[in-house]
Design a protein around this ligand. Sequence first.
Ligand SMILES: Nc1nc2c(ncn2[C@@H]2O[C@H](COP(=O)(O)OP(=O)(O)O)[C@@H](O)[C@H]2O)c(=O)[nH]1
Ligand SMILES: [Mg+2]
Length: 457
Amino acid sequence: MVLDSLGKSLSSIMKRLVGRGVVDANLIKELKNEIFRALLDADVDFDIAYAVAERVEQRALNEPLPKGITRRQQIINIVYEELTKVMGEKAYPLNLQKGRTNIILMVGIQGSGKTTTTAKLANYLSKQGWKVGLVAADNWRPGAYEQLKQLGEKINVEVWGDPKEKNAIKLAKKGRDYFVKNKKNVIIIDTAGRHKEESSLIKEMKKLSKELKPHEVILVIDGTLGQAAYNQAQAFAKATPVGSIIVTKLDGTAKGGGAISASVATGAPIKFIGTGEKIEDIEKYDPKRLVSRILGLGDLETLLEEVKRAKIDTSEDQAKAFLKGKYTLRDMMSMMEQMNKLGGLKKILSMIPGMGMNVDDEMLKVSKENLEKFKIIMNSMTDEELDGEVKINRSRQERIARGSGTSLEDVKMLLQQFEQSKKMMKTFMKQAKRRGGGGLPGMPGLPPGAIPPGTFP
Ligand SMILES: Nc1nc2c(ncn2[C@@H]2O[C@H](COP(=O)(O)OP(=O)(O)O)[C@@H](O)[C@H]2O)c(=O)[nH]1
Ligand SMILES: [Mg+2]
């Protein structure tokens, strides 16, 4: 995985946050220090890493708790937001338009991965239906044309080159004209890789841009540079208003966080990342997805949105009643309905930090059938039965079974599960009282017991 080691340390910090009882200033301080260390380990610039850690601490200590969100969840969200800022905030599409010949110029230091990335991008775009032509405009490295040509053959994309042409500008222009005549709608120009440092690179890029008028210039940066990527990215961002960045080799480096954050700091958008030597090893860069992935959060944003939408609101009265140990069949039913509103157990579980996604489908099928059956049975109960005001004796059980078209066994099973659920509830509430807050970690307003026993064998 990309940013593997950063992901490992950050997700373990998150897991610990979720697992710990009390969220206090000490825990927040610990969190701050660990985030700082994890970012430094990923070669993120000292000042940036420090600023992130500091902001997480300040916000965690000072921001008021939004209604319906647990403190733990608030903090996780703060970490997520602050990291996302450093990683680029949002995904940017390539500047491609239908109905014109889009010209992309690839530039970068020798060995950064330009030629490989050119082919990767061509493959990616042609699979989306673009008619792509590749221009081999590296007239400096022997065999450069052959390299691109071979890659082009593999992916069925035409490559134009002329090993005899020694003038780089003329070469690029001829290639461009060739593909314009051939009605391609994306032309990607792979340029020479002779530059070892940014000043000569930028000079050549400016010359080429002036002649070729590309719609987008892409700087290919070697991710193993870590934060040293900043100088290149900075010079590039200053030199061209139509520039974007692709960071390569993120598969084999622990410094990826540094390369990405340094590039982002220059203001040039990262559009793709390279994650291996193979043609398919290219990913659209999406900082939000990347950050939730490296935090091990599943899809936290979706969870937050859905919680909002479902307006899950355990009323104060209900909560107070729980604390007194009053828990009825009706409570169990309403929680089951809330679960349904949230849209499926598996989805919920995958979104709870620390829960992971290891719930197998067979298990879920059974429990979903149970939930449906319980609802049907409860629909045949009277109010006093649902509110726990009468004991549901044998004759009542038989009546309920008949009324709901289920069996006595089914009704007994429901009542058994309810008793178990009640016991679990008591234990949870005791624990919640001790740590001064309710709720499952990371699940605002959804009290423990909302997942009825029997749901997980
Ligand atoms: N592991 C890995 N290697 C890459 C990646 N991108 C490029 N490379 C390797 O980097 C080396 C230089 O790539 P090349 O495209 O020739 O660089 P150029 O000189 O900028 O054109 C080659 O060995 C590529 O296989 C990547 O995302 N991951
Ligand atoms: Mg090359």
